[in-house]
Design a protein around this ligand. Structure first.
Ligand SMILES: Cc1cc2nc3c(=O)[nH]c(=O)nc-3n(C[C@H](O)[C@H](O)[C@H](O)COP(=O)(O)OP(=O)(O)OC[C@H]3O[C@@H](n4cnc5c(N)ncnc54)[C@H](O)[C@@H]3O)c2cc1C
Length: 454
């Protein structure tokens, strides 16, 4: 520990049991087994991380990088002990370059802070994981996070232009850069984006920005069946409308939100669509009217369109409260993140409900229906071994169903610890072999987030 204290200062190395205990967890419910790190280190710059990794590499010490710990796949669990590198002290926006539509940030800055600061300059960073108030840009890049705006704007991977990365042996590299286009060799920037802390440690990122849309409007459209809500989504897309958000919440989700927050959601309905349209003012008005007509034709009840920022914020508050509300129902909540082709969403939702019934589990379904990305939130008590076992069986069937519909294990939350055992279901053995070779090339001693992804 003395060598690490020399690098970062003694106050930035935590070894007390109670400190290490806090870093044995992230936002994922993983059961009762405790995985304690041997130390937590809070570096302040890239060079310190490089020095730490040189020692870790030589001594085969596992390194788990941590942003805000909000991932939902056990990505920050120090499975093999070692060091948790918490990047909360590297939390600066280095510059915002309006002329080139980009900004340079440190990994520990919260996504919402980036959004707020660039919006003050008339710019826009669209990726918006619902955890954006606390989740960091480093964690978002490492997970290639999505969020409600994925349908129109894509996900984090679409906004990463360049990275500064510390490799497992302490070497510092830069990938990509400040240019909007760049096809110089293999795309290491995209390989590292979504690599979940297993290939390198991101210590700086150059992000692409776009001009801030002039106007935004949020709509809530209520349906008495999920099938009809899905038909409305198809109708909206085939009418050539591109909402920035096309999300859905089912009855159980609405009832759970209302139980804790009283946001006025119509919890007697089977499903509600949450839509946001943005762009130039006239375009937003026209698209809003068209969406309302399409939903009404399909029998939507009670369509609400925000008239001002406060009303828009109220709808967003309800939507963003969903996971937290389900988490309050019982001791644990586990979220799945399967993704299917958009037209298979109604069948997938039906299947999830059947599986939940079969295994007597409580499930609240929500998700980004425009992306075919469904989040069934299972409300559980993992101390009940029988229930934990039923959940495991249900998860496996759920992944099988997603794959049989032409989908996959994860749309945006990543693989981490929880989905690693299912990779063989989704990918052929050659793909997995290639991924393992890449991991070995970047991290021959397997010190970076061992036990995750592959
Ligand atoms: C209420 C709630 C809502 C959520 N909503 C969404 C959503 O809408 N969309 C979505 O995609 N996700 C969502 N998530 C999941 C999660 O918030 C995102 O994946 C988030 O981007 C993770 O950021 P973080 O800073 O918490 O990362 P962490 O959880 O700290 O880390 C995530 C992974 O990245 C690695 N890592 C972290 N920083 C670095 C770095 N600098 N270099 C290399 N590796 C690193 C870690 O080792 C870990 O494997 C939600 C989670 C919660 C709790």
């Amino acid at each position: 520990m003395e060598r690490f204290k020399k690098i970062v200062g003694k106050n930035n190395v935590l070894t007390a049991y109670e400190d290490r205990y806090c870093y044995a967890y992230d936002a994922t419910a993983i059961g009762e087994k405790l995985y304690l790190p041997d130390a937590v280190i809070l570096p302040e710059n890239t060079e310190q991380i490089s020095e730490i990794l040189k020692i870790a590499h030589k001594n085969k010490i596992p390194i788990v990088t941590r942003g805000a710990g909000t991932n939902l796949v056990g990505g920050c669990i120090p499975l093999k002990g070692g060091i948790v590198l918490h990047l909360s002290k590297m939390n600066k926006i280095i510059n915002i370059d309006k002329n080139n539509l980009q900004c340079v940030v440190q990994p520990g800055v919260a996504v919402e802070k980036i959004q707020q600061e660039v919006e003050e300059q008339g710019l826009f960073y669209p990726p918006d994981p619902a955890s954006l108030k606390v989740s960091t840009i480093g964690g978002s890049i490492a997970q290639s996070s999505g969020g409600p705006r994925g349908f129109k704007y894509g996900t984090t991977k679409d906004y990463v232009l360049g990275l500064k990365v510390v490799l497992a042996d302490g070497t510092i590299i830069k990938t990509g850069g400040k240019t909007a286009k760049n096809v110089t060799g293999y795309n290491l920037t995209q390989l590292l984006t979504g690599s979940e802390g297993t290939l390198g440690i991101i210590t700086q990122a150059t992000l692409r920005l776009i001009p801030k849309p002039e106007e935004r409007k949020v709509l809530l459209a209520c349906f008495d069946s999920i099938d009809t809500a899905a038909q409305a989504v198809t109708g909206i897309i085939s009418a050539g409308i591109t909402p920035s958000t096309l999300d859905i919440m089912d009855k159980n989700t609405m009832q759970t939100i209302e139980k804790f927050h009283q946001t006025g959601l119509p919890s007697d309905m089977d499903a509600v669509l949450v839509l946001e349209v943005d762009g130039f003012k006239e375009g937003v008005e026209r698209q809003t009217q068209e969406i309302i007509s399409i939903c009404q034709e399909l029998g939507a009840k009670n369509i609400r369109a925000s008239q001002n920022q406060q009303e828009a914020d109220e709808i967003w508050f309800a939507r963003r409260s969903a996971f937290g509300a389900v988490a309050r129902l019982r001791p644990n909540v586990l979220t799945e993140d399967a993704v299917v082709p958009r037209d298979k969403v109604p069948e997938m939702v039906k299947k999830i409900r059947q599986i939940a019934d079969k295994y007597s589990l409580t499930v609240c379904i929500m998700g980004h229906i425009g992306d075919g990305n469904i989040h069934p939130n299972f409300s559980l008590d993992l101390r009940d071994k029988n229930e934990a076992h039923r959940f495991e069986k249900a998860t496996e069937e759920l992944f099988d169903a997603a794959i049989s519909f032409g989908g996959s294990l994860s749309g945006e939350h990543g693989i981490g610890l929880s989905k690693a055992p299912f990779m063989k279901k989704a990918l052929c053995s050659k793909n997995i072999e290639l991924m393992k070779s890449i991991k070995k090339l970047f991290d021959p001693e397997n010190i970076l987030n061992p036990g995750k992804v592959v």
